[in-house]
Structures are given as structure tokens and as C-alpha cells.
Design a protein around this ligand. Structure first.
Ligand SMILES: NC(=O)c1ccc[n+]([C@@H]2O[C@H](COP(=O)([O-])OP(=O)(O)OC[C@H]3O[C@@H](n4cnc5c(N)ncnc54)[C@H](O)[C@@H]3O)[C@@H](O)[C@H]2O)c1
Length: 252
């Protein structure tokens, strides 16, 4: 494999992407404004280049794709700059913090004939793929209701709220399972730790097929729970990502 990918933002999550692209033999450069992190990675992966300036990556013809794992507030501008510099883009969720910015990026990628992919990692979870197979085969019957809880204590963010931080996983999973876009969406939340940054949100989505759903996310919750429940008219399925035993269980 050719080494032509750069990872930008090598913090808490970006380090996983660095490891994976390195192991695939595709990593060319890492970029972080925090020089210490660059030095740390350089000692681990000596053949990888480390730079602090994003612009340097964009001007480098050896880089064909950019992986963005900086805080969410930077995603829109960095993805846009990378697409305009003719680089394919993998951007961590959320794609952007405003709907029109997200739509603009999708359009730009289409115009430039470039790949724009968002890190909706849950869609590739084997258990979710299995659940989709069960739904598509009709094993659960007609789907009536889906809900997803993603609850934990931390990791509290300062630049984005809990909806942007956690719910993209659940929204992408539900849309993937139903293969349908919602007709109505309603979200409410509460800010307790920081002004105007909700720590807890409840989102409901109603679909034309009659399916109703809700997503409950919180980083201010006494225990960790990651559970997605699908209620069909024949069977019900639970995908428990924290389970030490069966990850998917079925009941009639
Ligand atoms: N898919 C998942 O399960 C998952 C899990 C955690 C985080 N994430 C996503 O990953 C992204 C990063 O989150 P995190 O927890 O790693 O944050 P973080 O703060 O730990 O890391 C972000 C890094 O980006 C660097 N950075 C900031 N501005 C920069 C710039 N202009 N140029 C270069 N580097 C810059 C910071 O120095 C830092 O090292 C977020 O979008 C988050 O939603 C995804």
C-alpha cells in the first residue's frame, strides 16, 4: 500500500487512527498543533513525518487523503480546505456543526470528484451488521420502535455539546438499520455543567414507515450504558455494546 495519508489531530481519538493507518502501511504524515504529541509519535513511528502546520499538508502533492480528528469546531473549515486542495477527506463525527455547512461539504466533494467520509464507526460494528441482517430478513417482523441510550460519566467536552459528541453514532446506526430518513426530528436538552452546552439530550425521530425512535445521550450519568433496542411485531432485539456475554439478544 502506498503511504499517502495524513492524520490531523492526534489526541485522545486521533491516536487510534494513527495506529490503524500506520498498520495498514498508508500513513505518511501526522499533524498536530501540540508539538509534544508530534515528538511522542515520531519516537514511536520514526519513518512518519510530523508537522504542526495544516497548510503544509495541503500543499504537499504526496498526500492524497487527509484524516481529520481535531475538535468538532474545526471540522467544517479543515474538511473544506482539504477538499479545495484536492485531497480525499475522512472526518471524524460530526461532519460539521451546522446543517448548511455539512451540505456544502457534500456538494464540494461531489464537484471535486473526491471522497468525503464521516467516521460513523458504529455502522461497521459486526453486531450492528448482524442486527441489520435480522431486520432485512424480516426476523423481527415489522419494525415499530427503535431507541438508543449512550450514557456515561465524561468525557465532558467544552467546544461541542453531548448531541454532537455522542448522538452521531446513534443517529447513523438507526438510519443505517431503517434505510430511511426521518420525517420529523425533535431534540431537547439540559445544560448543567457549562452554560449553553447541553450535557443531556433526548431526541425523537419519526419515520414515514411508521417507525418511531428516540436517542438519549448524556455525559452526566452515574453509569455507562450503550444499548440499542429494536422492537418489531414478531421479535425484539437488544444490542448491548457493554455486555460481557451476548452482544445481541432476542426475545418474542
Ligand atoms: N468515533 C469515535 O468513537 C470517537 C471517539 C472520540 C472522539 N471522536 C472524535 O474525534 C475528534 C477529536 O476528539 P478527541 O477526543 O481526540 O479530542 P482531543 O482534544 O483529545 O484531540 C484533538 C487534537 O487536535 C489537535 N488540534 C486542535 N486544533 C488543531 C489544528 N488546527 N491543527 C492540528 N491539530 C489540532 C489538538 O492539539 C489535539 O491533540 C472529535 O471530532 C470527536 O468527536 C470520535
Amino acid at each position: 500500500m502506498e503511504r499517502n495519508i495524513a492524520v490531523v489531530g492526534v489526541g485522545y481519538w486521533g491516536k487510534n487512527l494513527v495506529r490503524d493507518f500506520y498498520e495498514l502501511g498508508a500513513l505518511h504524515t501526522i499533524c498536530d498543533v501540540n508539538q509534544e504529541l508530534g515528538t511522542q509519535f515520531k519516537s514511536q513511528f520514526s519513518e512518519i513525518r510530523s508537522v504542526e502546520s495544516f497548510d503544509r499538508l495541503l500543499n504537499d502533492p504526496a498526500i492524497k487523503a487527509v484524516v481529520i480528528a481535531t475538535p468538532a469546531v474545526h471540522h467544517y473549515q479543515m474538511a473544506k480546505d482539504a477538499l479545495l486542495a484536492k485531497k480525499h477527506v475522512f472526518v471524524e463525527k460530526p461532519l460539521a456543526l451546522k446543517v448548511d455547512q455539512g451540505a456544502e461539504l457534500v456538494k464540494l466533494a461531489e464537484q471535486q470528484n473526491l471522497i468525503l467520509m464521516v467516521g460513523h464507526i458504529l455502522q461497521y460494528h459486526p453486531a450492528l451488521e448482524k442486527l441489520k441482517e435480522l431486520i432485512d430478513r424480516g426476523d423481527l417482523g415489522k419494525i415499530q420502535y427503535i431507541y438508543s441510550n449512550r450514557l456515561n460519566i465524561g468525557k465532558i467536552r467544552f467546544e461541542e455539546n453531548i448531541l454532537w459528541s455522542f448522538a452521531p453514532h446513534d443517529i447513523s446506526a438507526i438510519l443505517f438499520l431503517l434505510n430511511e430518513m426521518p420525517e420529523t426530528v425533535c431534540a431537547t436538552g439540559g445544560s448543567y455543567l457549562q452554560a449553553k452546552i447541553p450535557d443531556v439530550t433526548l431526541t425523537t425521530m419519526d419515520f414515514k414507515s411508521g417507525v418511531k425512535s428516540h436517542i438519549f445521550v448524556s455525559w452526566l450519568h452515574p453509569f455507562k450504558e450503550q444499548k440499542l433496542v429494536v422492537v418489531g411485531d414478531k421479535k425484539m432485539a437488544v444490542f448491548d455494546d457493554m455486555s460481557k456475554g451476548e452482544i445481541i439478544s432476542l426475545s418474542s
